[in-house]
Design a protein around this ligand. Structure first.
Ligand code: SF4
Ligand code: SF4
Length: 139
């Protein structure tokens, strides 16, 4: 390559906008069907455990506080989840969904990877009983 041609290329590349997107400064909307973070709504949950039993990554634990009263807490291990959506398919009551908007899930510590879903009081009860995130759920 001639030196003049090379210099022209260098100058051109200095003034041209880059082809790559300036992420994370500018974010593109994620596709609607993207499988992001899993969410659990306890309202219609029956406690059948189909979601947790069939999870290939052992990422879900349903903690039953009172089956009659339908008091359940879902412990979701985000760091184990493979985003296969099998749990979403298995739940016949529509309690589980994956958010396409929540996909930037990296963290510098382990704490944000263990998520408790359920009503506030029930989650507080579970957390009070179990100090470590790897503790066994109550009976
Ligand atoms: S998306 Fe797949 S890996 Fe993640 S919790 Fe559901 S079944 Fe388990
Ligand atoms: S499959 Fe649905 S109804 Fe059954 S325990 Fe899981 S979330 Fe609840």
């Amino acid at each position: 390559m001639k030196i003049v041609t090379m210099l022209k290329d260098v100058v051109r590349s200095l003034v041209k906008r880059p082809f790559t997107r300036p992420y994370p400064r500018e974010k593109q909307p994620a596709p609607e069907r993207l499988r992001g973070k899993l969410h659990y709504n306890p309202e219609k949950c029956t406690g059948c455990c189909l979601c947790s039993m069939e999870c290939p990554a052992n990422a879900l634990e349903l903690i039953t506080l009172d089956k009659k009263e339908k008091r359940f807490v879902m412990r979701y291990h985000l760091d184990r989840c493979t985003y296969c959506a099998q749990c979403v398919q298995n739940c016949r009551f529509g309690c589980l969904e994956m958010s396409p908007a929540e996909w930037e899930l990296a963290a510098a510590s382990k704490e944000p990877f263990t998520i408790y879903y359920g009503n506030e009081e029930d989650v507080a009860t579970v957390l009070a009983k179990h100090t470590g995130t790897d503790a066994e759920p109550p009976g």
